[in-house]
Design a protein around this ligand. Structure first.
Ligand code: V47
Ligand code: SF4
Length: 387
């Protein structure tokens, strides 16, 4: 048997026909997606996903130098999976940063080669459009070269409704103030059957997609996430990916798809068990196969843990996010093993090289900053740029 047939071998006729479609670069149907979740072994979906990944990116594996700002964990919403937020009535248990506090966080990175700040937090009833426009302007004035990726449709929808502005107008105001792209959060699971049970009171699927559509039309890029591994069925995941795939066909504005593993520490869904590593890897692999029009697939290591993030690089993933510098609490508060998430560039590069991939530092829009494939880190470990 030729080796090509051996690696994709399956006796199942349905899987065989899906495998052929993938190898012929044909789009998978909704039913194909569900079949992969129901019947695809890790080795079957993983081998195919790795093939697709190598067709698209070879061994290139991206990371960036970034940090987060979480303006507040006070939130008017009550998502059941959220371990991080506190209601306004209990605001003494949370934090609320002023524009100056946040500018001081940015100033900590003066002289350091970070390229991106990721701003996301709870929905505070008093942090409005003007407050955030002031923040964006202050950051850009201080550090014009820092790319600002910020705000989920959950925050934006609330900000725009409260400020009585439409989506386009609100986004344009934030763009003019310095916002350059949107992160992928707030998507959770789009289907109302699940959304109503896990995050009933925040923006719905249509609202989330409309805000990303409008951002893309304004020339901004964005990411998309999916919170998986809780009470959803496989077909809800496929439905979620299908809605994103359709919007991407329309706008081509998404850079990256990021499946986020549900962590059950200290939240209202702590009774729901977490998915195991095989299910996690199958999720990434099937995402790579289904999301054929998304250029990149990211494993977010603060949520998954660094070893599992490393493992995803054999199951379709080509991006593992960035240095983070212990600047986010969302996952440590939900029980992730990464309690103080921070990795130096040397650690990220070594993590990628250990699994025989090529580490490439990128900016937010995937422009290459440095290809570390031929850099001997033992030589340059004292270089401050690598910390
Ligand atoms: O929308 C909250 C998730 C998201 C839990 O765009 C949880 O580059 C698991 O979207 N278990 C926000 N997940 C974070 C996010 C993100 C992260 C990294 C990079 C990017 C990007 C975006 O965090 C929320 C929600 O889906 N989340 N609680 C939890 N218990
Ligand atoms: Fe608020 Fe976001 Fe937590 Fe939901 S996930 S409660 S919107 S901070």
């Amino acid at each position: 048997m030729p080796v090509e047939e051996l690696v994709f071998y399956t006796s199942d006729e349905q899987l065989k026909s899906i495998g052929k479609k993938v190898l012929n670069n044909e789009r998978l149907s909704f039913e194909d997606g569900v079949t992969l979740f129901e019947k695809g072994s890790l080795s079957f979906v993983g081998t195919l996903a790795n093939w697709v990944r190598e067709q698209k990116h070879g061994n290139s594996t991206y990371f960036n130098r970034n940090f987060h700002i979480e303006p507040t964990n006070i939130c008017v919403f009550s998502c059941n999976f959220c371990s991080y937020s506190r209601l306004y009535a209990h605001r003494e248990e949370g934090w609320e940063l002023s524009v100056d506090d946040m500018l001081n966080i940015v100033k900590k990175y003066d002289g350091q080669p970070v390229t991106e700040v990721h701003i996301v937090g709870g929905v505070h009833p008093k942090m409005d459009l003007k407050f955030f426009a002031k923040l964006l302007k202050a950051i850009k004035e201080h550090r014009p070269d820092l790319h600002i990726k910020g705000f989920t449709p959950v925050e934006l929808d609330y900000m725009f409704r409260k400020g009585k502005v439409g989506i386009e107008e609100g986004l344009q105001m934030l763009k003019d103030a310095g916002l350059q792209s949107l992160p992928g959060g707030g998507a959770e699971i789009f289907h109302p059957e699940i959304r109503q049970q896990i995050c009933d009171d925040k923006v719905d699927a249509e609202g989330w997609l409309n805000i990303h559509r409008a951002a893309h039309k304004l020339g901004m890029h964005s990411n998309a996430t999916m919170l998986y591994g809780h009470i959803e069925s496989f077909w809800h995941r496929v439905d979620h990916m299908e809605r994103l795939r359709q919007l991407q066909d329309e706008t081509k504005g998404f850079n990256t798809f990021i499946p986020l593993k549900f962590r059950n520490g200290d939240n209202a869904m702590s009774n729901v068990p977490e998915s195991n590593v095989v299910e996690d890897m199958r999720m990434y692999a099937i995402a790579r196969l289904y999301m054929d029009n998304f250029p990149h697939l990211k494993a977010y290591w603060p949520m998954l843990g660094r070893q599992n993030a490393q493992l995803t690089l054999s199951f379709g993933v080509n991006d593992i996010d960035g240095t983070i510098d212990d600047s986010t609490k969302i996952y440590s508060m939900a029980g992730s093993e990464e309690q103080t998430p921070a990795m130096s560039t040397v650690e990220l590069v070594n993590l990628i090289k250990q699994v025989k991939r090529e580490p490439i530092e990128r900016d937010t829009l995937y422009n290459v900053i440095t290809n570390y494939n031929n850099v001997d880190l033992k030589e340059s470990v004292t270089d401050p740029l690598l910390n």
